[in-house]
Design a protein. Sequence first.
Length: 358
Amino acid sequence: MTSPLLTTGDAPEQLTLDQINATVSVEEVVAGFVPPPRFATASFATYQPDPVEPSQTAAVAQLQTYVSELAPEDKPRARFFGRWRRQAEPDGPRGIYLDGGYGVGKTHLLASSYHATSGLKAYLSFQELAYVIGAMGMVSSVEAFRRYTLLCVDEFELDDVGNTMLAKTFITNLTQGQTHIITTSNTLPSDLGQGRFAAENFRREIGQIAAAFKVLRIEGRDYRQRNYQPDTLSQGLLTDQQLKDAFTAYHSTRGAKLYASFAELTAHLARLHPISYQRLLAPLGAVFIEGLAPMDDQNIALRFVHLIDKLYDQGIHLAVSAQCDLADIFSQEYRDKGYAKKYRRCLSRIGELLQEPG
Ligand SMILES: Nc1ncnc2c1ncn2[C@@H]1O[C@H](COP(=O)(O)OP(=O)(O)OP(=O)(O)O)[C@@H](O)[C@H]1O
Ligand SMILES: [Mg+2]
């Protein structure tokens, strides 16, 4: 059932979690294969390489060359030389893998590459890709994406054996055709999966994935920290009363506002497939979370991280009150293990979101 709130165009100023129908269809996921609002206008021109980090200038130049050389089959010249081009192309990696710490601008460069490419192109997260392949089947997915000139995949990561096998089959099949892939990750291809599952037993598959890409390593500091220092991360937090007052006073220009306690929110997230979080957020312009608290359960933590990722991508205003410092929301039990980078990246994103004006 489609919620009337999502279709009438005159949505109320305020919504509760239960009023939002968040179930998403495969068709909706496919239709959303474009960069999210935060990166809707990202371009090579607006990327400012750090003068002390030559890898940033080099990455921009290499990506610009890469996308300028993509010749879609639908161009007359490409059709004429299509056969010849394929035969002359070296057997080396066809894809580009943007590797680097969080906040160095990988996604900005990925979206810039998308915008700079003519021809059929798609932009989606690795999680969305895995979901679409799961829903459509491998053969249909390869067939569908084979028509694309460029596939931009944000946040490549391997969490388990299932998505390792899926990624290997999809990437090796797709890159045999005309499709080029650019992907971003916080982890080098050879280190994918480490600390998350018995990745050492899948060296061969991970090696095949790695072989499809040329790695561009981007060094540098977290660009988001131009607005805050990590040790001042918690300064953006409010008290419960301040949060209530901020909610009452808030008038969003771009969607409804949602106020939820942290407990309510985590219970709600557990009932949804993570692919639906984007839909949950779709009618919203602002989210107010009361009583953020340390998360003992890693499943709760990973769902929360995913929600923040989507909130961040969609550019939705966030305000939070908390029972602890932000740095302590992820339990020490798990935060230094396989998902450590994911948790640190989440804190970086919350830090930026809390600084942004509504
Ligand atoms: N060199 C830069 N010039 C201009 N804007 C930048 C630059 N680097 C990053 N940004 C901006 O900083 C924010 C963070 O960058 P981005 O999300 O691209 O980083 P990332 O490397 O993908 O990080 P993450 O690991 O969190 O995914 C974005 O708003 C992006 O547009
Ligand atoms: Mg990114």
